[in-house]
Design a protein around this ligand. Structure first.
Ligand code: F6P
Length: 576
């Protein structure tokens, strides 16, 4: 345990002054822009390929200066340096936190810490690159057709079986980088222990051309191991009924060897499952599940997009890591966005935070961020075990625009809650389609559809920031009785993130950006953003309740009255 007791941020001058400002704070984005012609320029920042506009935030210069003072007081920059150097900042598990090491380039020029740094006796760079090379070699074999199934057919479908960080990252990145997927290859993702998940994902597959990747850091997760056994059972049955294997142990073992690989930190458990450790890719306990997409956990995606694109993906992470490490706080995008979230959460009392990608391929990004942000910062004690002194962990949620516009944006525009929102867009779509005919009035023939899409992106942040006054509504000839319903208060904060295109690098940059936003907020709050004890109780109780759900009388009697009654009802309803 190397971390000193956290600073109580609420005791700092900066916090107290911010609290004072927050009392009676009346944001005025219209006025702020009118009074300051340079506001947009001053509050727009660059991090690698990401242009980030904070000018439509509820920030004044005074607030920003105090937030930066808070970051100084809490030692955000120093703690980041400690993290990347391998100090055990995951105090409750007494572990280093080194996801940034997963994307350090092989050549090592100018790296900090220097290439070859050793943490707890481990050559981190050496191990990371040895594993990457192994994953790349395997991926090339699958992509080229050199790796075949048990009947000699090349692999067409890769099914990743994992949950949480062993699922959400790979599925999100696979979806985001679909245009980079090799023709003839497809990935699917099984995560839920609901038997319908594995059923639906395998029902139309050819077992001879299917490869399963069992992805589990611990290789002890109930959902993943159950699904892995169901998949193995499916493989044996389907290969058997196709006459490809007999039910001899030798045939079954051979089928598993050709159709199952694993990713885990627990290679002994991988072997016990029957997967040849030769076909297992490791990682280390210093990679948290939700920070592991760029480790071997991403093997399914490496197969799909290829090692070269994967290297671009890793380079994107590293570019943001370097930005975080070297950029002064006042220009440091993840720090600024993290501080802004603290301002909204702790001072303006926002409860949630929307993430709204204007890029359909990013449709799983909000779900991915839910684990990253909420599993990391949903904590009530600080890293020294003392209670937190302020609110932590806002609720992240979202859907791609424009779909969200026709669903929940009403509440963001005119509801009673403050919902800061991050709008994310790319300038160049993967498929630059044109509407050749147009609609005869509003949409001209030959209209670039991406322009129409981004017109929505720009229009939404504008509407949220500047609203519409009663006089503006009246000027449109609106009947007086309806005017209040058509007024938009404005001053609803947004951050706009614009990238050139959804390349592998940009996807890596976006993930790293949010990882470091989480880090910044966690540091201010004094919490360990790298453990997840809150998930454990439910896991334990599920195992404890399971016999009761199977009808064991004694186990049923041991339940509380509500749980017992629910299980009894379930048993009544259940037909076997
Ligand atoms: O949900 C808890 C958790 O431990 C996550 O942090 C993790 O990503 C997930 O379960 C899956 O764990 P594993 O990769 O060990 O199967």
């Amino acid at each position: 345990m190397t971390e000193s007791a956290p600073l109580d941020s609420t005791s700092t001058d900066a916090w107290k002054k911010l609290a004072g400002i927050a009392e009676g704070f009346t944001p005025d984005l219209r006025g702020w822009f009118a009074d300051d012609a340079s506001r947009a320029e001053r509050l727009t920042f660059q991090a690698a390929d990401l242009t980030v506009d904070l000018s439509k935030s509820l920030l004044t210069d005074e607030v920003l200066a105090l937030l930066l003072e808070l970051a100084q007081d809490a030692g955000v920059a120093a703690r980041y340096q400690a993290m990347i150097a391998g100090e055990h900042i995951n105090v409750t598990e007494d572990r280093a936190v080194l996801h940034t090491a997963l994307r350090r380039p092989k050549d090592g020029a100018g790296l900090v810490p220097a290439k070859g740094f050793v943490v707890d006796g481990q050559d981190v760079d050496g191990d990371v690159h040895a594993t990457l090379d192994k994953v790349y070699a395997f991926a090339e074999k699958v992509r080229s057709g050199e790796w075949t199934g048990v009947t000699g057919k090349r692999i067409a479908t890769v099914v990743n079986i994992g949950i949480g960080g062993s699922d959400l990252g790979p599925v999100m990145v696979y979806e985001a980088l679909k245009p980079y997927v090799q023709a003839g290859l497809e990935c699917r993702f099984v995560s839920n222990i609901d038997p319908s998940d594995v059923f639906e994902k395998t029902k139309d597959l050819d077992p001879e051309t299917t490869l399963f990747i069992v992805a589990s850091k611990t290789f002890g997760t109930l959902e993943t191991l159950t699904n892995a056994r169901l998949a193995r059972q499916w493989l044996w049955q389907r290969l058997g009924s196709a006459g490809a294997i007999t039910d001899s142990d030798a045939d079954r073992t051979n089928a598993v060897a050709k159709h199952f690989v694993a990713v885990s930190t627990a290679l002994d458990k991988v072997a016990a499952f029957g997967i040849d450790p030769e076909n297992a890719f490791g990682f280390w306990d210093w990679v948290g599940g939700r920070y592991s997409v760029d480790s071997a956990i991403g093997t399914s995606v490496v197969i799909a997009i290829g090692p070269e694109n994967w290297q671009g993906f890793l380079a994107g992470f590293h570019a943001i890591d370097e930005h975080m490490r070297t950029t002064p706080l006042e220009q440091n995008v993840p720090v600024l966005m993290g501080l802004l979230n603290v301002w909204y959460t702790n001072f303006l009392k926002a409860q949630s935070h929307a993430v709204l990608p204007y890029a359909q391929y990013l449709h799983r990004f909000p779900a991915y961020l839910q684990q990253l942000t909420m599993e990391s910062n949903g904590k009530s004690v600080r890293w020294d075990g003392s209670p937190v002194t302020s609110d932590t962990g806002e609720i992240f949620w979202g859907e791609p625009g424009t779909n969200g516009q026709h669903a929940f944006y009403q509440l963001i525009h005119q509801g009673t809650r403050l919902i800061p929102a991050d709008f994310i867009a790319v300038a160049n779509p993967a498929h630059p389609l044109k509407d050749e005919t147009g609609d005869g009035h509003a949409v001209e023939p030959g209209q670039d559809v991406q322009a129409l899409y981004l017109a929505n992106f720009f229009a939404q942040t504008k509407a949220l920031a500047f609203g519409k006054t009663a006089d503006e509504v009246r000027a449109e000839g609106t009947a007086e009785a309806v005017v209040p319903a058509r007024v938009f208060s404005g001053n609803r904060p947004t951050t706009s993130i614009l990238a050139p295109a959804l390349t592998p690098s940009v996807v890596g940059q976006l993930i790293a950006l949010y990882e470091h936003i989480v880090f910044t907020e966690g540091t201010i709050w004094g919490i360990d953003s790298f453990d997840q004890w809150g998930v454990e109780l439910g896991k334990q109780l599920a195992l404890q309740v399971a016999p009761a759900v199977e009808g064991d009388e004694k186990a049923l009697e041991a339940q509380d009255a509500s749980t017992k009654a629910l299980i009894v009802k379930y048993l009544e309803l259940r037909q076997r």
